[in-house]
Design a protein around this ligand. Structure first.
Ligand code: FES
Ligand code: MG
Length: 624
């Protein structure tokens, strides 16, 4: 009886579910409820509807975001699931990030999206929240925000796109975008072909159809227990995707009763499972940064899972999934071969099956509930290899733990996507150094560039602060004159990131980044000998310590000098150039200033220090 809610003689408890959540500040409790009801009734809800637990649905639709194009249908299906099971579903927006339409880079905005997600979950009377996302930075941002808000959440991904077709060959975003572009650059495709390909590389709604960051994060959400185990692989445009959405709505209603929140569900074992899956799928290097950011949002797990953990688990985890860019297939093939349940089944010996999931059951229990499709190992459609006959024996992703070039311990290489193993076997090569993306673009194809097939290409200044957002510019192209000679792979090293859909022998996330005045990467010079050994996990530059110390000291002086002259000349804009971001950041306004002042290094997740579980803390900025 709604009249009871306004009976001033009866005490009212705003500690319940739905609109009765303790949230607000209208003064007295009766008036608070009265106000909330009168406003929400303008949406047409009845007293009956408003008496139900409320399942919020985060809507990240945008007409700029093809990876999220199916979200309106998914919301309908989630609502059906919620409302068939007695809840009230209410969708609300947060920002939408697509890789191609989030300048300077979507990673720059990931932390902003996590703040948006966290605060909207906190602000509204939701008892559980379905987080619908898909494109690369979305799912990590949502989980980071969700953990910090710590209300019950469940993930639903938009799902992968279908592959397209070009002259009888399947193609898909975005491994084939890069391969074909490289062929075009080397003169192997004409302009008509490359234009026709442009029509086919992303032929449907949904996330990139290979094992890029979006697919990787979807698989990791399953392994973490934050998404039901069949949720990762159904195509965005499939009916299976809509049924997953409906059942996600049902699980969300159950969450309003169990009240299982992410800080309770997630344990160290959940993260170890996620890393095992990351290695077994040959997942995106970006996932490593995201996982660190995610774990560091958790008050008791922060700091207990590091890039070293990823390396350690890799040593005993075989690569089982044959998907581009490490292998040959597409996400739809992975789905048709049994998807995550079939993979988890193969990985049983390595998994912590007693880890809890969002359904309230353990991963092992969930796995025993579904029928597992196992195709014969030699079946042509089988892109999930048996545990005993892997695609690659171990360490699809390796993390360089030793040597002077990346003492932060974040430098990572997707060894399984290397086209030339020689480049990581105690390899020594002469550095050719580029300072920032503009320098790279200006000189990489210069016929006079002093480079040969054995050189090591180094790109510095594209780290979290140096090029805010740490762009996916780590895929340094092979200089055109070498590509034309048939060189397909070279050792390339940077402090940036790379798309999960790309391949090659590419070391990423070097830390401290080159823009840091204390960074060794920042003082590597043309001609220095760089050593890279996947076996011993060593990444070094063979320059003696005194010389390095000397270079660092001179560099610091130069930076200070340039900053001082820019200020004296009233040219503070000059501070924001690629040379001085470390100095400029204290003077920049807005989100960019906030980002540059607060972002931590890759091994911590490139999150804002004040958002981590540790909070602002007294750590010196260079160590954050
Ligand atoms: Fe969205 Fe690739 S661009 S997943
Ligand atoms: Mg990507």
């Amino acid at each position: 009886n709604p009249q009871r809610d306004y009976d001033l003689s009866r005490p009212i408890n705003l500690d319940g579910v739905g609109l009765r959540q303790k949230l607000t500040s209208y003064g007295d409790a009766h008036f608070s409820l009265f106000m909330r009801k009168l406003f929400i009734k303008a949406m047409g809800y009845s007293e009956d509807a408003l008496s139900r637990p409320i399942v919020g649905i985060v809507n990240t639709y945008s007409s700029f975001n093809p990876c999220h194009a199916n979200i309106p249908q998914l919301i309908d299906a989630v609502k059906r699931g919620v409302q068939l099971h007695g809840g009230l579903a209410i969708d609300f927006p947060t920002i939408s990030l697509h890789e191609s339409f989030a300048a300077p880079t979507s990673m720059f905005l990931r932390n902003l999206m996590s703040i948006d997600t966290e605060e909207m979950i906190r602000a509204q009377p939701v008892d559980a929240v379905v987080l619908i996302g898909g494109c690369d930075k979305t799912t990590p941002a949502q989980l980071m925000g969700g953990i910090s808000a710590n209300k019950p959440i469940i993930h639903l991904v938009t799902g992968p796109m279908m592959p397209g077709s070009f002259k009888g060959t399947r193609v898909g975003a975005c491994t084939d975008c890069r391969n074909n572009w490289a062929t075009f650059r080397a003169g192997g495709l004409d302009i008509e072909d490359i234009s026709n390909l442009n029509e086919e590389l992303a032929p449907t709604a949904g996330t990139c159809g290979v094992m890029g960051t979006a697919s990787t994060m979807a698989c990791l959400l399953v392994a973490l227990g934050m998404m039901p185990i069949q949720g990762a692989t159904p195509a965005a445009v499939s009916s299976a995707r809509l049924r997953i959405a409906e059942s996600t709505g049902v699980h969300a209603v159950q969450l309003t009763q169990s009240r299982l929140a992410p800080q309770t569900i997630l344990t160290r074992e959940s993260f170890l499972n996620a890393i095992t899956v990351l290695q077994a799928i040959g997942g995106s290097t970006n996932a490593m940064v995201h996982l660190m950011a995610i774990v560091n949002r958790h008050p008791t797990l922060a700091g207990t899972v590091t890039p070293a953990t990823v390396d350690e688990i890799g040593r005993r985890t075989p690569l089982l999934v044959d998907l581009k860019p490490s292998g040959n297939n597409y996400m739809t093939d992975f789905h048709n071969a049994g998807g995550m349940p079939a993979l988890l089944h193969q990985l049983r010996p390595l998994l912590h099956l007693d880890a809890l999931t969002v359904t309230g059951h353990t991963l092992g229990e969930e796995l025993s509930k579904v029928s597992i499709l196992t195709l014969p190992p030699d079946h042509p459609a089988n892109c999930i290899r048996p545990f005993t006959a892997p695609l690659y024996p171990s360490s699809a992703l390796i993390v360089f733990q030793h040597g002077n070039l990346s003492p932060g311990g974040a430098a990572v290489l997707k060894a399984s996507a290397s086209k030339d193993r020689r480049l990581i076997q105690n390899y020594r090569g002469r550095a050719v150094v580029f300072h920032g993306s503009a320098d790279l673009a200006a000189r990489i194809d210069d016929p006079a560039l002093d480079v040969d097939a054995d050189s090591v290409l180094i790109l510095t200044g594209i780290g979290p602060v140096g090029n805010p957002g740490m762009p996916e510019a780590g895929l340094i192209p092979i200089p055109r004159k070498l590509a034309a000679q048939g060189v397909q792979d070279m050792l390339r090293i940077s402090d940036g990131r790379m798309s999960g859909t790309a391949g090659g022998t590419i070391v990423l996330h070097v830390s401290p980044e080159g823009a840091d005045p204390g960074s060794i990467l920042g003082v590597v010079r043309d001609g220095d000998v760089v050593v890279c050994d996947a076996e011993t996990r060593e990444l070094s530059v063979e320059v003696d310590e005194n010389e390095l110390r000397d270079r660092l000291r001179r560099r610091r002086e130069e930076m200070q000098h340039r900053a001082a002259s820019a200020v004296a000349a009233g040219n503070e804009d000059g501070l924001e150039g690629t040379l001085e971001p470390w100095v400029a950041r204290d003077r920049l306004r807005g989100y960019r200033g906030l980002y540059m002042r607060e972002v931590n290094q890759a091994e911590h997740g490139a999150d804002f220090a004040f958002l981590t579980a540790a909070g602002p803390g007294p750590a010196p900025r260079s160590a954050r």
